[in-house]
Design a binder for this molecule. Structure first.
Ligand code: NDP
Ligand code: VHF
Length: 437
């Protein structure tokens, strides 16, 4: 997508400091965030929780303003011909703003990971050695055009004692600025440096490029988005990157699967919200049940207007399905299209997944315990499920309150990332005068 300048010029441009280049402005934001991160790291759990609760309340109180700013984004999006699904992702109403506030409150209620001692052991010389959880420092996030990510990410980063630099999708610039301004005002009220939460206030892509050069000030970059973003960040970042890549999610229906259960799960995973990264994109079916299961699932999905693209064996039992090409096995459709193949068994299913998946989320539907255990151990993705919908691959649904995103990188955290994943540990050592002989 081409870089986009907001239609409402005064807002887009007024926030780019005219006397500073993009590079200077980003460097200054990052440097101030670094300073603010020291203040964040020292805050007590109670202070952070109160800050978050006040932020949630402020969002509710200022909902009319947020919705007004969001309308500007929606109008600009309509003018640019964004799809209905994209406009829906962008849209905020009272209920969605309330949802954002609820998510912040939920994060406030979660235990604070900072300061937790994760282990303590005694050495023969009586030294006590342990590990303590600490914030990462400054987290830079580049994300899509869903404005609620701005408040979710801010809440998670602040509660875990970090400062955060946010760069949201250009389509959501007015909404994001409104949300970030409201949240920042609460930082000031609580005596916390406003730079603990910064939103890049303009849409030039150069801002992303410059962010990736701030290794002196930003500790980690989280790119949350599709192919173009991830490739760009991986090629250009001087800062460690935790990729949050697209979701080419699979379900494998084993020979022992309960058909009704399989249908419920597949329908949910494909159709409940097709535009999100944890929606199902490829279905694999054990050959021993293909003759009966393929027509059964084809009927259920085509009734719901899902287009099926099958391999030869799948089309043998569902002749109306279109032909899948090699490209389909890599595809993240984010719409009502599903690729489907018949495989020889568990080994072939695991091989297919490990070859084509984006390491996001995969599920097996099976009545065979041993196969479920092999699937869990051998599938190389951040979330592996048994007899459940891939749509559960979500921080809130998995008990993390919210998620910064779903990591498809094994370092430093794999799968949905919550509070604990935004921290690291340091060694702590208690002595009583010991010296090394
Ligand atoms: N794993 C996870 O946690 C998640 C993954 N996703 C994935 O994200 C994708 C959908 O998101 P979508 O809205 O398309 O997001 P995009 O990947 O198009 O954009 C996300 C952000 O990246 C920026 N960006 C995109 N390309 C570049 C580039 N070449 N250089 C610099 N910045 C860039 C965008 O800026 P600009 O506005 O300027 O285009 C935006 O801020 C899907 O593939 C989905 O699966 C989504 C959410 C969570
Ligand atoms: N949080 C999501 C899953 C991850 C996500 O945010 O995906 P996306 O909607 O593609 O930005 C969910 O509700 O399922």
């Amino acid at each position: 997508m081409e870089p986009f300048i907001p239609v409402n010029k005064p807002l887009g441009f007024a926030l780019r400091e005219v006397h500073m280049s993009v590079a200077e402005q980003i460097r200054s934001i990052a440097a101030e965030a670094r300073q603010a991160s020291f203040a964040m790291a020292k805050l007590s759990s109670a202070a952070k929780d109160q800050l978050l609760l006040d932020m949630a309340l402020a969002l509710i109180n200022d909902a009319p303003h947020i919705i007004e700013e969001n309308k500007k984004d929606l109008e600009a999006g309509q003018q640019r011909g964004l799809s209905a699904a994209m406009l829906d992702r962008l849209m905020l109403n009272e209920q969605r703003v309330k949802g954002m506030a609820d998510a912040i409150r939920e994060v406030a209620q979660l235990p604070d990971p900072v300061g937790e001692v994760t282990g303590m052991w005694k050495r023969p010389n009586d030294l006590m050695v342990g590990k303590m959880r600490i914030p990462l420092g400054v987290i830079g996030i580049i994300y899509e055009s869903r404005p609620n990510v701005t408040s979710d990410a801010a809440a998670l980063c602040l509660k875990s004692g970090n400062a955060v630099v946010l760069r949201g999708g250009s389509e959501a610039i007015h909404s994001n600025l409104a949300i970030a301004t409201i949240l920042k005002a609460q930082l000031a009220k609580h005596g916390i440096p406003a730079a603990a939460l910064s939103l890049i206030p303009f849409v030039e892509r150069e801002g992303v490029t410059e962010m990736l050069k701030q290794e002196e000030y930003i500790d980690v970059i989280i790119p949350r988005g599709g192919e173009s973003l991830i490739r760009f960040v991986v090629e250009n970042s001087k800062i460690p990157v935790i990729k949050h890549y697209k979701g080419v999610c699979h379900i494998f229906v084993d020979a022992t699967a309960d058909f009704e259960m399989a249908r419920e799960i597949i329908v949910n995973a494909k159709t409940q919200r097709p535009g999100v990264c944890n929606a199902l994109e490829t279905l694999l079916i054990h050959k021993d049940i293909a003759e009966t299961f393929v027509p059964f699932i084809y009927e259920a999905l085509s009734t719901l207007k899902v287009e099926l693209r099958g391999d030869k064996a799948f089309r043998q039992f569902a002749p109306k399905a279109t032909e899948a090409t090699e490209e389909d096995w890599y595809a993240e459709y984010l719409e009502l299209i599903l690729a489907a193949a018949v495989v020889d068994g568990l080994d072939a299913a695991i091989d297919h997944i490990n070859r084509y998946s984006s390491l996001h989320t995969e599920s097996i539907i099976t009545g065979d315990y041993a196969n479920s255990q092999r699937f869990i151990r051998e599938v190389n993705s951040g979330v592996v499920m048994v007899n459940a919908s891939t749509r559960f691959s979500d921080g809130n649904q998995l008990g993390l309150g919210a998620e910064i995103g779903i990591s498809t990188t094994k370092l430093h955290s794999f799968g949905p990332m919550g509070l604990t994943d935004l921290t690291t540990t340091k060694f702590i050592v208690y002595g009583s005068g010991q010296v090394r002989p």
